[in-house]
Design a protein around this ligand. Structure first.
Ligand code: C2E
Ligand code: CA
Ligand code: CA
Length: 657
């Protein structure tokens, strides 16, 4: 998978939900923390003014005490006045350093007995820059501090309804005497003050709820989006099942989990052969319906911890468990039987490629590619075949890629060299012709024989360019030798079957040869037997035209593969090349010999000349001479050789450049 695709897919998979969950938790925590802070701030701001008030009153008493402490009457008058006129001031008294009561106005006295105290708090007032100030203690006595919850009391001052009131003693030491001034006040919290806090909290809560709701809505949307994305990522449209991406991800997880179990896994590529043909005959819709049915059948066959997905067109990817390989093959036979039953009246063929997942496995996509590779080596026409992946297949694939990557450069770089294999007359054993055979002299790989690249070129069409190049080289060479006054022999070039898709092939060949002014009878064209199975009309037309132009045409590899006796009837060919296979192996009963003899007789009757290929022994030469074979091409006389060497053989000395 490409890096960019991988990124896109992981982006889809990683639309995480957790940021929303974290955000919700954070909003809740933040709301609680800020609420607490708000309450604390409001509480302290309400109470600090009241406490400050208490301190100021105590200071005033202290000042009066210092000024009028000796004058009991005057001090009493002042204190009573203060109690009367200061809002919420209830009691004033003075105690000595041992908390013994000295003066008391108003009636109540603080209870210094620690066991009965509810709690006491100390606070610093009139702080200087150095941190010095006056410390005052506040006493909340149990009996006296009845906390009057929401009373309908109307405060004296008429400020508003009282929400809460507390009676607090403020105790202020008087600097010089060691006495303490005690003043008791009602700390009153009014409704409107509480309302302010509640309103602030309310606004804040509404905001928090809005954020929370927004987050929850986003979270729900995200969860739904993720489900949709997963569907997009994993659902296969034609079958409605799982797709290849799902297979990759799920198989990876299964393989990881399997590391602790004792069974093995096999990765399979299952293909229904000739799907295009099926769709052409029954329609795409029917084709897709078939895929759906096959997918269902495959699903039925899956056991726990196994997996199947629709990979592409008529391909399915499967991950199956196995203990013994034989058991898996048995299961697959059964599976194939069931798959075929999906359509009673239509013949279905399947090919299965298997990759045995090793202990140290690669990524699933790569392994599936291996299974596919094995599957692709199965010929389409073969009925129900199973093939296991072999390392060799991968090497072959790599080789094909290398050849295809380099072939064009190799041609322009003249890495393809012409070799010539002489043909000898059977009777006189004299050089009478040659065949041009290509060799690839690779700068790194060295000598590469044609069977390693010709089949690849035939597949990808590059053979057209190569054959053209060979024809050019031969025509040029013949022209050069003619110019040098050499007695040249006809040289044959191979014309691949791929050429016979072009109507103007004969004209094209003619043009190339005429460019060098070479007599047409000095160039022979070899057509392989397989060419005779392609477009017959083009072949017959081309052959007829080439003959009119004066070229000799031979049927190469006669007898190899399919018999093409019929072609001999339809085509006016000049030469029959008996395939080397006739002369390979033992021929104890003489059947091969008989066929060769009859083939020669037949060719003679059709007015054709015979060339026997692949002749390696004296006996073979003698036997062919006896049967009236015209020419012999084989290692017995000469192997394919570079041009310089051929010049030695043909003309006795290398030609001058
Ligand atoms: P082919 O056209 O049948 O060529 C004859 C092959 O038989 C050559 O193999 C040749 O080296 C081999 N051969 C000849 N005498 C003997 C013998 O006595 N014993 C044995 N064992 N082999 C012998 P080569 O050169 O490897 O070529 C293989 C095939 O590659 C050719 O078969 C031909 O089909 C193809 N080919 C080679 N050059 C070209 C080309 O330029 N164009 C096309 N289209 N095909 C080519
Ligand atoms: Ca040939
Ligand atoms: Ca041949």
């Amino acid at each position: 998978m490409s890096v960019s695709k991988e990124k896109k897919i992981s982006k889809l998979k990683n639309h995480a939900i957790w940021p929303f969950v974290v955000a919700i938790v954070m909003v809740v925590v933040l709301f609680l923390a800020l609420s607490a802070a708000l309450i604390a701030i409001a509480y302290s701001s309400i109470f600090s003014s009241k406490v400050q008030n208490l301190y100021d009153t105590a200071q005033e008493v202290a000042q009066n005490y210092e000024e009028n402490g000796e004058d009991k009457e005057n001090f009493e008058k002042i204190c009573n006045n203060m109690i009367t006129y200061t809002p919420n001031l209830l009691n004033v008294c003075v105690v000595d350093q041992n908390n013994q009561l000295l003066w008391n106005y108003g009636g109540n006295t603080p209870d210094f007995n620690e066991t009965s105290q509810n709690f006491s708090v100390k606070a610093m007032f009139d702080k200087s820059a150095e941190g010095n100030g006056t410390e005052m203690e506040f006493l909340f006595n149990e009996e006296e501090n009845e906390v009057d919850l929401i009373q309908d009391l109307q405060d004296d001052s008429g400020i508003g309804k009282v929400f809460l009131s507390m009676k607090v003693w403020g105790i202020l030491p008087v600097m010089n005497g060691g006495e303490k001034i005690c003043v008791q006040q009602s700390l009153v919290v009014y409704h409107h003050e509480v309302l302010m806090i509640v309103a602030a909290l309310g606004i804040f809560a509404v905001l928090a709820i809005l954020v929370l709701v927004w987050n929850i809505v986003s979270l729900v949307r995200m969860v739904r989006l993720r489900k949709r994305e997963k569907d997009i990522l994993y659902i296969d449209v034609p079958t409605g099942g799982n797709n290849l991406q799902y297979f990759y991800d799920k198989a990876e997880a299964l393989l990881k989990a399997n590391q602790r179990t004792n069974f093995h896994y096999a990765l399979l590529s299952i293909r229904m052969e000739k799907y295009h043909n099926f769709c052409s005959c029954y329609g795409i819709k029917e084709g897709e319906e078939l895929m759906e049915n096959l997918y269902e059948k495959l699903q039925e066959h899956m056991q726990s911890k196994e997996l199947v997905s629709h990979a592409a067109k008529a391909d399915f990817a499967a991950l199956l468990k196995y203990g013994e390989k034989d058991n898996l093959f048995y299961r697959l036979d059964h599976l194939l039987e069931n798959l075929k039953k999906v359509r009673e009246n239509q013949k279905l063929n399947f090919g299965i490629g298997i990759y045995w997942v090793p202990e140290k496995y690669e990524d699933v996509a790569t392994m599936y590619n291996y299974a596919e590779l094995a599957q692709e080596t199965i010929p389409e026409d073969l009925e129900d075949h199973i093939k296991c992946f072999e390392e060799e297949m991968l090497n072959d694939q790599r080789w094909v890629r290398k050849v295809e990557d380099e072939m064009e450069h190799a041609l322009s770089n003249r890495e393809f060299k012409v070799y010539l294999q002489p043909k000898y007359s059977t009777r006189e054993e004299r050089l009478s012709g040659a065949e041009a055979l290509v060799r690839w002299i690779h700068p790194k790989e060295g000598f590469i024989p044609p069977n390693k690249f010709i089949p690849i070129f035939e597949q990808n069409g590059f053979i057209l360019q190569l054959d053209d190049y060979m024809l050019n080289e031969i025509a040029k060479m013949q022209a050069k030798w003619l110019y040098e006054g050499k007695k040249i022999v006809p040289i044959s070039v191979n014309v691949s079957r791929a050429h016979f898709t072009k109507d103007d092939l004969a004209e094209h060949i003619c043009k190339v040869v005429d460019k060098y002014n070479v007599p047409h009878d000095k160039i022979e064209l070899e057509l392989t037997e397989s060419a005779f199975f392609d477009d017959k009309d083009i072949l017959i037309n081309t052959v007829k035209k080439l003959k009119q132009y004066g070229f000799e045409i031979s049927m190469d590899d006669f007898g190899a593969g399919y018999s093409s006796l019929n072609s001999l009837k339809e085509l006016p060919l000049d030469v029959l090349k008996l395939d080397a296979e006739f002369f390979r192996g033992e021929d104890r009963e003489g059947r091969g010999d008989l066929i060769v003899g009859e083939a020669i007789t037949l060719a003679k009757k059709l007015d054709m000349r015979i060339v026997a290929e692949g002749i390696e022994t004296r006996e073979q030469v003698d036997s062919l001479a006896e049967k009236n074979c015209d020419l012999i091409q084989g290692y017995y006389f000469a192997k394919p050789m570079p041009i310089e060497e051929f010049e030695q053989v043909a003309f006795g000395a290398p030609a001058q450049a």
